[in-house]
Each structure stands twice: as structure tokens, then as C-alpha cells.
Design a protein. Structure first.
Length: 264
């Protein structure tokens, strides 16, 4: 059955379905696993990558956006990333941060979990645990489990101004295995948008950790150049580099290491 956007408020209390009719909140995929390692000390140099697939066109997303802001400010070991998907853009409000590339990334995650489900807000921790993005308890437990293990790969990131409009980034990650890739992101620290239509029409939304550009490279080192989006304050931005395994058979795409540096 195809579920139209107008029906979402009745059918879904916590998450918004893709308007293409894909099924509702994913049943946590691998996230139904037992919480075996809640709490405990963080491993030396540990990292937790927290991704949120969100949209300004989804009325269920603002609480998840706020949770991501909180989680991203907890510790430098937490790497928060907000990907604004585009499948809500035709429903009255075009999210200025949305990209089909971010929707494609969410689809890749769905395939890695052995499903075709897309929804917002979806949070993925460590590349392996998926759940509704406003679920604070699940997020905290997943982050604690991820921080309990040391990263397998060390990542060094350096950024320099290539011009007034571009930044050049060097990434080194010795020991990156053949089945993993470097993922390099330009991340805007903060944004405020007055939404004038759609499910959040009339509200002012505040975003943090917004992914504005993304490059993928093979191998233990890479150099990429990012154009700086118009109007993005450099003082708020950073470069985040990740080492992530390719999609496997139902196990997600685990992160093996991460590094960051402020935008020059």
C-alpha cells in the first residue's frame, strides 16, 4: 500500500515514511540485537560516528535534529553528521540542505541491512545500528557500545585554503583494508532556517553538523578539494574524514577510524 504524506500523522507517531511508499520505521534491522555492553569505560582513542538522515519537510525530524546537536556536543570522540534527504522536497518545502546523494547514501545503508526501508528521522551509529532518530535511550546505548572498542585505523586530516572559494584536504589512514574506503565530508556547524511551507511550515528550525559536501576515495591516503558553499560561515565548519567498510551481508558498514580538523 502506498502511504500518502497526509496520512503520516495518523500512521506514524515517531517517524516519517518515504513518500515513495517504502515501508515504515525499519524494525531496527541489526538494531534489535541485545544491548550487551551498555556503559563501561571508553577505549583509548575511541570514536563513535552518529549519522542522522533528516529533512525539513518531515514534522518528526526536529526532535531528532535536537538530539543530534546534544550528542555531537558531548565529546570530541563523537562524530555527528546530519544528512538531509531529498524525498520530501516535492511536498511543499524544498530543504536547502537536501541532496539526492544523501538519499543514495541512506539507500546504501538500507541495502547493507538487507532491507529497502527508508524513513526520517533515521539515526545510524557506528555504521551498524539503525533506529528512529529521536530515540535518546537507543542512541546513548549504541554510542556507549561503539566507544567501548578502540578504532582499527588511525586517521590524520590536514586542511589548507586553496583559494578564497576552495579548501584542499589531505587525509592519511595507514592500514586501511582493501574492503574499506575513505569518506571525507565538509560539515557546516550550525544553520537556522525559517520554514515557510510543508509539515514544518511556520517554524524556525535549527540544525547542526550539516553535511554540505562528500568525497569517497580508495586507499590509505587521498587529497580532495571542496568548494565552499555560498553563505557558509567558515568559522563554524570542519572537515571530517572516516574509514568505513563497504556494505557487507546484513551487517551494515562499520567505521574503522575517524579524524577531523577545523576549516582553515
Amino acid at each position: 500500500m502506498t502511504v500518502r504524506p497526509a496520512m503520516l500523522g495518523v500512521l506514524l507517531a515517531f517517524a516519517c515514511r518515504s513518500p515513495s511508499g517504502l515501508s515504515a520505521v525499519a524494525q531496527a534491522h541489526a538494531g534489535e540485537r541485545q544491548a550487551a555492553a551498555d556503559g563501561g569505560p571508553d577505549a583509548p582513542g575511541s570514536i563513535a560516528v552518529v549519522e542522522l538522515f533528516t529533512s525539513e519537510g518531515c514534522s518528526s525530524c526536529p526532535p531528532a535534529d535536537a538530539l543530534l546537536t546534544e550528542l555531537g556536543g558531548d565529546a570530541p570522540s563523537v562524530y555527528a553528521l546530519a544528512f538531509h534527504v531529498d524525498y520530501w522536497d516535492s511536498l511543499g518545502w524544498a530543504d536547502p540542505f537536501a541532496s539526492p546523494a544523501w538519499t543514495a547514501r541512506q539507500r546504501l545503508y538500507a541495502a547493507s541491512f538487507g532491507t529497502s526501508d527508508l524513513y526520517t528521522p533515521e539515526m545510524i551509529v557506528g555504521g551498524t545500528e539503525s533506529f528512529t532518530g529521536s530515540d535518546r535511550k537507543r542512541a546513548s546505548a549504541a554510542i556507549a557500545r561503539t566507544l567501548a572498542s578502540a578504532p582499527a585505523v588511525g586517521v590524520t586530516v590536514r586542511a589548507r585554503a586553496a583559494s578564497l572559494q576552495d579548501v584542499e584536504v589531505d587525509v592519511e589512514a595507514p592500514g586501511t583494508p582493501l574492503d574499506a574506503r575513505l569518506q571525507i565530508a565538509l560539515v557546516q556547524g550550525y544553520a537556522v532556517v525559517d520554514v515557510r511551507a510543508g509539515e514544518n511550515g511556520g517554524h524556525t528550525l535549527r540544525h547542526t553538523h550539516v553535511v554540505r559536501a562528500w568525497e569517497t576515495a580508495q586507499g590509505p591516503r587521498a587529497t580532495v578539494t571542496f568548494p565552499i558553499p555560498a553563505g557558509m560561515p567558515r568559522a563554524q565548519a570542519e572537515i571530517v574524514a572516516l574509514v568505513q567498510r563497504d556494505a557487507g551481508s546484513g551487517a551494515g558498514m562499520p567505521f574503522l577510524g575517524a579524524g577531523r580538523t577545523p576549516l582553515p
